[in-house]
Design a protein around this ligand. Structure first.
Ligand code: 5SP
Length: 218
């Protein structure tokens, strides 16, 4: 089982001071930063673009950029995000495009590659791609907005993906995102998840070192 990783979501940070929010994460010694990229079409919201990643790098942010593309046409944007400093690029399974080729292109650009499932998408949709990815991201809310409630109905999907991972001796990380706090993270960890995106709960935590330390014990 992979050791747990807490990936704070910058979406819940201060959008006028994103580098300052990212620095809070780095100063806690947390290596990952989760970046939600929204196009107002695949999801009904807008967020960051490649220029945001470039600016964060220019401001000295060295975190592992865990970049979640919520885009109708992700294949068009992987190169700009790779050039802007993404370390991992995760693409959704739901839109119609060549998923396998796009995952291979993400690797060819020197990034790790992830595949993402919306709550209504079954685990079987990504099964043929599991050997190609470094990460599977199970959305535990409908993507688009922070601050929603965790959907416990996603736990069987996490268990299924974890089971396929061990049966096939695969090593992808299993990430969860949406409504994650210490309690819901514990439930996801028991189901097999190892990577935890936390927006509202992280940036709202009054004692962030204690919050991060609790996740490290999952
Ligand atoms: O992808 C998304 C939203 O679409 C998430 O990464 C949210 O940013 C998580 O926020 P919280 O549920 O933790 O507030």
């Amino acid at each position: 089982m992979h050791p747990p990783i807490l990936a704070p979501s910058l979406l819940a940070g201060d959008h006028a001071q994103l580098a300052t929010s990212a620095r809070i994460v780095e100063e806690l010694g947390l290596p990952w930063l989760h970046l939600d990229i929204m196009d107002g079409h695949f999801v009904p919201n807008l967020s960051f673009g490649p220029a945001t990643l470039t600016a964060l790098r220019r401001h000295g942010i060295k975190a592992y950029f865990d970049t979640h593309l919520m885009l109708s046409q992700p294949a068009r944007y992987i190169e700009p995000f790779a050039k802007a400093g993404a370390n991992q690029i995760s693409i959704h399974i739901e839109p119609t495009y060549d998923h396998a080729d796009t995952l291979d292109r993400i690797h060819a650009l020197g990034c790790q590659a992830g595949i993402v499932l919306n709550p209504d998408t079954p685990a079987s949709a990504v099964e043929p791609l599991l050997a190609r990815v470094d990460l599977v991201l199970v959305m535990t809310v409908q993507p688009g907005f922070g601050g929603q409630s965790f959907r416990a109905a996603m736990l069987p999907k996490i268990r299924q993906l974890d089971q396929w991972r061990s049966e096939r001796a695969l090593t992808f990380r299993l990430e969860v995102d949406g409504g994650i706090d210490l309690e819901t993270a514990r439930q996801c960890r028991a189901a097999g998840a190892d990577t935890f995106v936390a927006g509202t709960s992280f940036f709202g935590a009054p004692d962030k070192p204690a919050f991060a330390a609790a996740f490290a014990q999952l």
